[in-house]
Ligand binder design. Sequence first.
Ligand code: 5GP
Length: 140
Amino acid sequence: MTYDPSNIFAKILRGEIPSHRVYEDDAVVVFMDVMPQGPGHTLVVPKAPSRNLLDADPAALGPLFTVVQKVAMAVKKAFGADGVTILQFNEPASGQTVYHLHVHVIPRFEGIALKPHTGQMEKPEVLAENAGKIRAVLNG
Ligand code: 5GP
């Protein structure tokens, strides 16, 4: 299995299609998942190309998970969440649907189950509002 640069996240990283961005640095971009499993579901995406964790350069993982932690803390505060779920899928058998490494960061609330993976599209205005809440915490 090789990396295909026409995947949707590569297009988002290149700015060819829009996303609701919350954070960017030299190594990582963070944007809202368009089919969130809960309010504030974000995706942390390294700029370095790899299909998933299995073919990633280990040197990319430190910067990636530094941002995962930063975003986990930010979404917990932004949404008043009780906890945060981190998900990461590798190859179709695991449930991976987009073949550029990414980590899901999902605020969690006591007694509320996750919605299905790649379920319903969220309204753009809701995604924009939620991105704004996370940016406000990160920049605050
Ligand atoms: P995977 O199944 O590969 O772990 O997760 C891919 C995620 O990307 C899914 O949660 C899905 O909702 C999300 N997704 C799919 N297409 C797009 C898109 O065009 N833009 C954004 N922001 N998220 C997407």
